[in-house]
Design a protein around this ligand. Sequence first.
Ligand code: 0RA
Length: 639
Amino acid sequence: MSQEPNNNTFEDYSAEDIRILDGLEAVRLRPGMYIGSTDQHGLHHLVYEIVYNSIDEAMAGYCDRTQVTIHKDNSVTVADNGRGIPVEIHPATNTSALEAVMTRLHAGAKFGGHTYTVSSGLHGVGASVVNALSSWLNVEVNRQGKVYRHEYQQGTPISDLKVIGDTDATGTTITFLADTEIFGDIDYDFDTICQRLKELAYLNKNLEISFKDERIDQEATFYFEGGIASLVRRFNRNRQVLHYQPIYLSGAVDSTIVEVAVQYNDGFTESTLSFANCVNTIDGGTHLTGFRSALTRVLNDYSRKNKLLKDTEPNLTGDDVRDGLTAIISVKLAEPQFEGQTKAKLGNPELKAQVEGVVADGLSLHLEQHPDEAKAIIEKCLIAAKAREAARKARDLIFKRSGFEAATLPGKLASCSESDPRECELYLVEGDSAGGSAKQGRDRRFQAILPLRGKILNVEKARKDKVFEHEEIRAIITALGAGVGDQLDFSRLRYHRIIIMTDADVDGSHIRTLLLTFFYRNMVELISQGHLFIAQPPLYCIRAGKQRFWTYSEKEKDAKLKELKGNKSELQRYKGLGEMSAEQLWETTMNPASRTLLKVEIKDAMTADHIFHMLMGSEVPPRKSFIQAHAKSVRNLDI
Ligand code: 0RA
């Protein structure tokens, strides 16, 4: 055997090592800095962090399988068939490379000529952070014919690196128990992890990811030969597509890997998702800009060259080429810069030209080679251009004169007196009668009310010009003041909290979904920047003597009734907002001191797009089964 396992004992630790221990101590002191938070999100991040290491190995071409297992005690194993973490003594640290990887922040990239490391995590932190935040962690490495094992507690080795057997295989198996001193609760959610692993499998086409949850005896395996092209196909699976195969383009520029998959459908909405190092960049960024600019340019060039667009006709706009577009952009780069409040926007300036180059070259070639597809796509874009012209006319009706300010506010809007938008709230209220109570009950200093009559137009099924002709939608756009489409300007937003307030019944939830769909499709920034909320009216009022208790869920009601047992209590169920008086509405649902608001978040854009299309799209059968399957979770409004 050419390498000696590390024989350091704790006493042998040099000053250098102490500094390193300080490093991991810093992780334990401020875990949020390394994994974002210590709630369930941060907990799940530990699992993903180890999986990202396997993904690195897969990208380097040495690994095609990783298996994640959650054990009954909530310890987690991630096993891959990569090269195995190197075990030889590293002269710089005088420890095994393995120990350095497990105990030094950002040590991973330094060893074994690992020139290309994709740090997919929010902070790209790696195995040492997981180690630091685990009450115990064991690594087993299969490498060069041997099985090595090293054990740690709270990031510190508690044994020497040992050879425990022989093997023909290669790979790394890490098992850890997240530290309850750090996380409190270490209960993993099967669905959340499943969803993320599936997404990672789509984004890494050469990797099979299996997942087993021994707590509930469930397992799943994800492997997508087509990678993001498979994902695009899946998105479009209930839509009529204009070309059967998604167009898949890829290339490497400098150290960046670019992949794009595109498929048009006959719908009116765009579903484009972008990723950087497997992180969903909800707010886009330079990679998305590069993609869009190449798409518009290539389709225009092709149209002109092939006389699909007459010399007298204007160019197709960016919007024209995005109607009915389903696209995934995935880039992998050495040092991603994530920008913005939510760190969900890619900032690296070089990415624009890199993506633009790969897409322009690949797409031009593809169109030349597939003229039928090109024709179908461009005809669709030309129809979109015509519809857009009609929509522009309809929109101009909203803004009678030139600017937004000039637009007359809708008559039904009860404005507030405060003028600083950061202080202001707009309630979108279902029905005129509840709207009336809300107007009476509100604090008119900062709360504005817009009652909505009847159903909102289903934007998923309507052409754009029809959307902007719809009276309720126009009222919402005008009241918000930020415009829409290419004139959207959030600096003009008149309310920083927009609160959807509907009845707690089927109609109410339908209207809420229609509103969410409208915002998701037309003003997604409103959601990603945290401006959109759902009011939570009470479900029950319990009267016991002179006392009155509001409860907001079945569980809360049952608990309260149990608590009051013995006292004679009276239960009233509220089906509609209209059943409450103005004071009651204020007290239970609108008063910032006592209300609960649900903030709408796009936790998972992939699911969101899918849900909206399923719930609101025109294909009926999938919608039915979806509503049945998810009826219970509809109250929980993570989209
Ligand atoms: C450092 C260097 C090399 C591989 C790895 C780390 C590595 C880490 C993990 C963590 C989980 N699975 C992993 N697989 C690999 C390069 C190895 C070499 O050059 O032989």
